[in-house]
Design a binder for this molecule. Structure first.
Ligand SMILES: Nc1nc2c(c(=O)[nH]1)N[C@H]1C(S)=C(S)[C@@H](COP(=O)(O)OP(=O)(O)OC[C@H]3O[C@@H](n4cnc5c(N)ncnc54)[C@H](O)[C@@H]3O)O[C@H]1N2
Ligand code: MOO
Length: 403
């Protein structure tokens, strides 16, 4: 199965959580907007000056100029004019102050000369110059944000500007994670012979912690015991939208995940993807719970999570936007490949070509058990299955790793 087909299958098996909750704006960063939001007030709420300067009536500026006007009103932000602007008069006005009735342009103070209560200007302003109209950003009652968007800081600022103190978001996606492997020990514990420290637990926990629309239950390490794994998975499925395990999806006699899923009558959606690393990724459905059996090798776990699990999790969260954060890059390396799988290669770069594309240096030897290449990488280059050899200059798509 191709990577794209596997991703589509996983996404098709995912359904958005129906429940919602109301949150104060400062609790809602990163959460997913449940419905469309209408502005409670217009933004800006009134016609407002964009500059410190003078508001005036354009019909007063007859002939070729220069023109003289009398400053007869003072309007600061947070106040309103006592009366309309009379013919022949100008208003001293500060940025953010309401435009007085009768005025139809603001000239910045640098463009007039002032002497006592008289100003002189030599250039005729455009109608509406330096006036921000009521509702020009968002009209009152208009849609401020559509459903299904993640609430970024600018989007929260927009809601605040439209007078909304709270927002309705989808509840968080409940994710259970577990690390399978009799050989696993938590870092800080001494290693018994044949044991290895658990990398995937913190990899998955910290990856999920960055997704504000998830909440994680960490089920810890499970030894390669099919009964214990089955009991844990069955229990976890009752209270979680998603279960993510690592390890035990390959073909050895200690690899139990597939057998356990079959025993639980899971609907298997994805098996054997043409991906490197991560070919043995297993995706299934246990009732309403989506199961991702990531491979045990940490780089394979990271890639399969990002490529297959995360898009499905985003759909469960109710997100409707697709992140599109890749860059066009070009290879600065030669790589002879043997496999017809889409390959994800950790890369770094220190220079760009004439049109600004990063010139990529490949990190590591492609081992899916290695962590130092991905730890040093600035991005992941995607090598298409059909490309037998990557030559320097080969255009490659690069998925940039967030800081
Ligand atoms: N005969 C075959 N053997 C293997 C195949 C195959 O097709 N035929 N596929 C290989 C590929 S590709 C991968 S990837 C791995 C995936 O294996 P599993 O998902 O079953 O993972 P394990 O066997 O449990 O572990 C693999 C490797 O990763 C280490 N590991 C596991 N969990 C962790 C963890 N939480 N933190 C750090 N390291 C972990 C484990 O000790 C193993 O070294 O299978 C190949 N084999
Ligand atoms: O798919 Mo495995 O992850 O290549 O090592």
């Amino acid at each position: 199965m191709s990577v794209d087909a596997a991703r589509l299958r996983a996404v098709a098996a995912a359904a958005p959580v129906p429940d919602t909750e109301g949150l104060a704006l400062d609790q809602a960063c990163g959460r997913v907007l449940a419905g469309s939001v209408a502005a409670a007030s217009a933004l800006p709420p009134f016609d407002t000056s964009a500059m410190d300067g003078y508001a005036m009536r354009l019909p007063d500026l007859t002939g070729a100029g220069p023109w003289q006007l009398t400053v007869a009103l003072q309007i600061a932000a947070g106040t309103t004019a006592a009366h309309a602007l009379a013919p022949g008069n100008a208003a001293r006005i500060l940025t953010g102050a309401p435009i007085p009735a009768g005025a139809d342009a603001v000239v910045m103070q640098e463009h007039v000369t002032r002497s006592g209560d008289r100003i002189t200007l030599t250039r005729r302003p455009r109608p509406g110059q330096n006036i921000r109209r009521r509702g020009e950003d968002v009209a009152s009652g208009a849609q401020a944000l559509p459903p299904g968007v993640a609430l970024t800081p600018p989007r929260l600022a927009l809601l605040a500007g439209c007078g909304l103190p709270r927002v309705t978001v989808r509840r968080r996606v409940r994710v259970a994670i577990l690390s399978t492997g009799t050989e696993l020990a938590e870092p800080g514990r001494p290693l018994a012979p044949g044991h290895i420290h658990n990398s995937n637990r913190v990899l998955l926990r910290s990856t999920l912690a960055r997704l504000a629309w998830t909440e994680t239950t960490d089920l810890g390490i499970l030894p390669d015991n099919p009964h214990a794994i089955r009991a844990t998975i069955r229990q976890a499925a009752l209270a979680h939208d998603v279960i993510i395990s690592s390890g035990g999806v390959s073909v050895g006699e200690r690899d139990h995940i597939l057998d356990v899923l079959r025993a639980e009558a899971a609907e298997l959606e994805v098996l054997k993807i043409a991906i490197r690393p991560g070919k043995p990724l297993t995706v299934g459905r246990l009732g309403a719970t989506l199961y991702f059996g990531l491979p045990g090798n940490p780089y394979a776990a990271a890639i399969t999570f990002a490529q297959i699990a995360r898009p499905a999790l985003r759909k469960i969260a109710g997100l409707t936007e697709d992140p599109d954060s890749w860059l066009p890059g070009i290879a600065g390396f030669t790589y002879h490949r043997r496999m017809a799988r889409r390959e994800y290669v950790p890369v770094t770069w220190s220079r760009r070509d004439a049109v600004g594309r990063p010139v990529l240096d490949r990190l590591g030897q492609g081992a899916s058990a290695s962590l130092s290449p991905i730890a040093a990488a600035m991005g992941i280059a995607v090598i298409p299955p059909e490309l037998a050899t990557v030559h320097p200059g080969q255009p490659l798509r690069v998925e940039v790793l967030a800081e």
